[in-house]
Design a protein around this ligand. Structure first.
Ligand code: C5P
Length: 311
């Protein structure tokens, strides 16, 4: 079968956290979260081709070997498809270790693609279990679009809040400007969660209030964005507080942090507005991206994951 199997390609989106509340520390060492994930139109591209062994070719900046979560995902699905190979080709555009979930998105893309390529027949609930074992952010990317994450951030409820790209009734999509500073921190996510203090905890009400407003048809506002990891991230990435202040001074907008950072983002009214903001802050070190809300994966790739309802 694999020799004649079609070449399959998937676009793996980045995510932002519109809210990220930490409710407390769990007995397993993880933190209990309430977060609204939003997939955005900044994509890696993953392609699978027939091969005798599992191989990964990376174009761009990401781990090339076993350190890449794509290989771990492939070996996880291979447990259900013994003696199958695949050549995975990853075009990396999402900065790594940036708070944008790029590695997690690539891993979810690999689960979906290989499930199809090898005809393993795992349903989304089973894929979600495998995704969870790869990392707390991975299950969201089996859905994409906009979703509520609870538990470790790995219990996903997809949301239909403001329509998807191309849905003309739902109004214009949300536009964002991202600025990713060149700050690095080994074992970043664990480091930053370790620094969270009790005063950073909240009870999920910020997220619930925003969900209610969005469900009532109100538009997302910059002041709705919230990230409980901001203080810890500023302490861990020393120049981050100053970076955020400069972004704010140059653009006259409030910016916030995505995930454990260091990517900062702000909302824009239109694509032109987003391009203007990106140019206002272009002198800062790092990379800028202008993007908008990305559709749910079942809409973006109905041929790969045609499952309409939550698992
Ligand atoms: O699941 P993942 O490997 O992405 O998480 C990396 C680290 O981040 C975990 O080992 C844990 O220390 C921390 N984390 C946490 N609470 C979460 C998610 C991650 O404490 N909900």
């Amino acid at each position: 079968m694999p020799k004649s199997a079609p070449q399959l390609t998937i676009r793996a989106p980045a995510k932002l956290n519109l809210t990220l509340e930490v409710l407390g520390r769990r007995p397993d060492g993880y933190h209990e979260l309430h977060t609204i994930f939003q997939a955005v139109t900044l994509y890696d591209v993953l392609e699978v081709l027939p091969a005798a062994e599992i191989e990964l070719v990376v174009e761009g900046e990401a781990p090339h070997g076993e350190g890449n979560l794509v290989l771990k995902a492939a070996r996880t699905v291979a447990r259900y498809a013994p003696a199958r190979g695949a050549r995975l080709h990853l075009q990396k555009r999402i900065p790594t270790g940036a708070g944008l979930g790029g590695g997690s998105s690539d891993a979810a893309a690999a689960l979906i693609l290989l499930n199809r390529h090898w005809e393993t027949g795992l349903v989304r609930r089973e894929l979600a279990e495998l995704a969870r074992s790869l990392g707390a952010d991975v299950p969201f990317f089996l859905w994409g679009g906009v979703a509520l994450g609870t538990g470790r951030g790995d219990e996903i409820r997809p949301l239909e809040l403001y329509g998807d790209e191309g849905d003309s009734d739902a109004g214009p999509p949300l536009h964002f400007v991202l600025s990713t500073p060149p700050f690095e921190l080994p074992d970043k996510t664990a480091q930053i969660f370790q620094r969270v203090r009790e005063e950073d905890y909240s009870d999920g009400s910020v997220t619930r209030a925003l969900l209610r407003r969005l469900a009532a048809g109100e538009r997302l506002r910059q002041e709705d964005l919230h990230n409980a990891l901001l203080g810890s991230a500023c302490a861990a990435f020393e120049p981050l507080a100053e970076y955020l202040e400069t972004l704010q001074d140059l653009s006259g907008r409030r910016w916030t942090l995505s995930g454990a950072g260091p990517t900062c983002f702000t909302l824009a009214a239109t694509q032109d507005d987003a391009i203007r903001i990106a140019s206002q802050v272009s002198a800062l070190p790092g990379r800028r991206f202008v993007c908008h809300a990305a559709p749910h994966l079942a809409l973006a790739h109905p041929e790969l994951l045609p499952l309409p309802s939550p698992a």
